[in-house]
Design a protein around this ligand. Structure first.
Ligand code: NAD
Length: 392
């Protein structure tokens, strides 16, 4: 189990490019990086194309205003002058800027964490690989769904031969959130996604299926993709040549086959990502709507549901497990919501703001006392032979 203690000597001083107030993904980066206060500390940012909004946002995150920058070039140059300058940077801008920012970051001597899809061309990837090697730096990609504990379980079970030889790989990242074409013109985070100059050569193949394709590489590292066949469509015609739906067939070197469905026009479906690996003896299946369950199906036997954090899992699935069994993924969001309200309550009390205190819903002293009373009254009722007792 992992309870957030440090795994490295000290946190990296870390900066962000993009990921500003209006961004879709910025908060996830900050939460992921800084949840434990032991891996990364956010010191500098060029959050936004709009500098005034960047400064306002950074100040709202209690950042040092001096270290909020109008653009990444200024940030890299100014931070390099400081003894306590950033050592790593996050790139959370629209796709077309990943390559130039990544290159500049490595040249500035920074480790890089970059959004997907990484770049537009394999040659760009090779250039960055050579530069990273030369500079002695790491480049990481935020395939953010791939850290679920049960994907590590899936990987170890496949490597241990629990399903036999892998024969079929069934992948799907298909939702319906781009069914309405008006979003292409109105929603900031959608406009660039359907513009080839900014999104790259694809829409859903890059935006969605890169995640799920990586998941297949993660759980089946032994499989090498040999050939693929793709059919892609723009059901919203104005998106052409960028696809909003695609089907891909795959052939692997060992004879295994696979398929991927990527879609943003799969109307009404909320379950998004599915991965099923079929072997000669059994299959494993996981989906991100129920991330705490892994389905293990041995031919001829009833389906087994393996649950996150249980002792019967392999060590790989427990190494980063943070919550303990019976405490499900998402529980920390609940704790965070409560702690935010606790802080608001304390602040309102300090300021004598009764209006806020009266409207804020959180478990306060009265609810704590109700809990004591509940226990005492239950005991009293039971000890009297199971009789009705007044609660108050
Ligand atoms: P968005 O359009 O919602 O937000 C982009 C942000 O970057 C905005 O704050 C914008 O002002 C800022 N920005 C743009 N150019 C900039 C520049 N040159 N310098 C500084 N800031 C700049 O986009 P988004 O949904 O947040 O997506 C951003 C990237 O993250 C994309 O590459 C996308 O594919 C990726 N993404 C990944 C995940 C994931 O799960 N890993 C999820 C969503 C998006």
């Amino acid at each position: 189990m992992f309870i957030g203690e440090k795994k490295i000597a000290r946190p990296f001083r870390w900066g962000i490019v993009g990921g500003g107030r209006t961004s879709g993904v910025g908060y996830k980066h900050r939460l992921g990086a800084m949840r434990d206060n032991t891996s990364f500390e956010l010191k500098a940012a060029a959050f936004d194309l709009d500098f005034a909004r960047c400064v306002d946002f950074g100040k709202n995150l209690n950042m040092d205003e001096e270290r909020l920058y109008p653009d990444y070039k200024t940030m890299f140059a100014e931070e390099a002058k400081r003894e306590d300058g950033i050592e790593a940077v996050d790139i959370a801008t629209p796709n077309f800027q990943h390559f130039e920012v990544c290159k500049a970051a490595l040249e500035a001597g920074l480790h890089v964490i970059c959004e997907k899809p990484l770049f537009f061309k394999v040659e760009e990837g090779e250039e960055i690989k050579a530069l990273a090697e030369k500079m002695g730096k790491i480049v990481c990609v935020t395939y953010g769904f791939s850290g679920f504990d049960l994907l590590s379980q899936m990987r170890s079970m496949i490597q241990n031969g629990d399903i036999g030889e892998v024969t079929m790989v069934d992948l799907r990242y298909a939702h319906g959130f781009a069914c309405d074409p008006t979003g292409d013109k109105q929603a900031e985070g959608q406009k660039w996604r359907v513009d080839p100059a900014k999104s790259g050569p694809s829409f859903v193949l890059g935006d969605l299926s890169t995640h799920t394709f990586y998941m297949s590489e993660l759980v089946c590292p032994q499989l090498k993709l040999k050939q693929l066949l793709c059919d892609r469509q723009s059901f919203i015609k104005s998106r052409a040549p960028l696809e909003d739906n695609a089907y891909v067939l795959m052939r692997y070197e060992n004879g295994a086959v696979g398929r991927m469905w990527a879609s943003a026009v799969n109307a009404g479906d909320m379950s998004s990502q599915h991965i099923r690996i079929v072997g000669t003896k059994a299959s494993l299946e996981w989906n991100d709507m129920h991330p705490d369950e892994l389905y293990y199906e041995v031919q001829g036997k009833p389906r087994q549901t393996l649950v996150r954090a249980m002792d019967y899992l392999n060590p790989e699935a427990l190494e980063y497990e943070r919550l303990g069994a019976l405490h499900y993924t998402g529980l920390i969001d609940s704790w965070s919501n409560l702690y935010t309200r606790f802080a608001i309550a304390m602040d309102a009390k300090n300021r004598g703001d009764e209006e806020t205190l009266n409207s804020l819903v959180y478990p306060d002293l009265e609810h704590g006392i109700d809990g004591i009373r509940w226990v005492l009254k239950c005991v009293e009722s039971a000890d009297k032979g199971g009789v009705w007792v007044d609660f108050k």
